[in-house]
Ligand binder design. Structure first.
Ligand SMILES: [Fe+2]
Ligand SMILES: [Fe+2]
Length: 213
């Protein structure tokens, strides 16, 4: 679903460097987040998956470092992640979904990088499965998962904005933002994370714009 949808936006070749730069940062962040998640108290099957996940993100980062010819800025500390598994699962699921949309976009310019997109799809599918499990896991886990999802989702427009920060992307920013937000919203709804939320992401986005946030 998301691949075909995002395929409809094609960036011109002059956007490639900017997109690779974004990826260098995003892959580094994904790697640090997975490392941080591995230090938390997560279910055993998740812990096992995170080891493989960490290897994938290490490899992705190394690829972008080679292409760009430099390393991302070092961090002194790993990023903090939620301690509670439902909130952590939402964060991992959300960022991997976002990563998948960017990888889809990247592949339109760099079809040779399709293996990165395939990995991102595996990551998304794993956490999607865990989210579905949490939603069936009893009222309290389900509630915590949905509350976390709503909080993450409401911050998404600003996150996407940060990801698209580059002058060369200016002419495409609005179309890209709308596409990415609607694909992720649809994904969250299909998983059952947003079923009781009537407001659509587009309404939230417009409201934020009107309020000048
Ligand atoms: Fe990645
Ligand atoms: Fe990933």
């Amino acid at each position: 679903m998301s691949f075909d949808a995002a395929m409809s936006i094609r960036l011109p070749p002059e956007c490639e460097t900017a997109l690779l730069e974004r990826f260098l940062k995003a892959e580094a962040m994904a790697l640090w987040t997975v490392r941080s998640a591995r230090l938390q108290d997560v279910p055993p099957n998740v812990y096992a998956f995170l080891r493989k996940h960490e290897e994938d993100e290490e490899q992705h980062l190394a690829q972008f470092e080679t292409m760009i010819g430099r390393q991302p800025r070092e961090r002194e500390r790993l990023p903090s992640v939620p301690r509670q598994w439902p909130a952590l699962a939402v964060q991992l699921y959300g960022y991997e979904s976002l990563g998948l949309e960017f990888a889809t976009l990247l592949v339109t310019l760099r079809p040779d990088l399709v293996s990165i997109r395939k990995d991102e799809l595996v990551h998304v599918e794993f956490f999607e499965h865990e989210i579905r499990r949490l939603l069936k896991d009893g009222a309290s886990a389900a509630e915590q998962t949905r509350v976390s999802a709503l909080a993450w989702w409401r911050k998404l427009p600003r996150t996407v904005d940060r990801y698209l920060e580059a002058a060369v992307l200016d002419p495409y920013r609005q179309a890209l933002t709308e596409r990415i937000l609607s694909v992720i919203e649809q994904r969250f709804r299909e998983t059952g994370l947003l079923e009781r939320e009537e407001t659509t992401m587009m309404t939230l986005l417009r409201r934020d714009e009107e309020e000048g946030r």
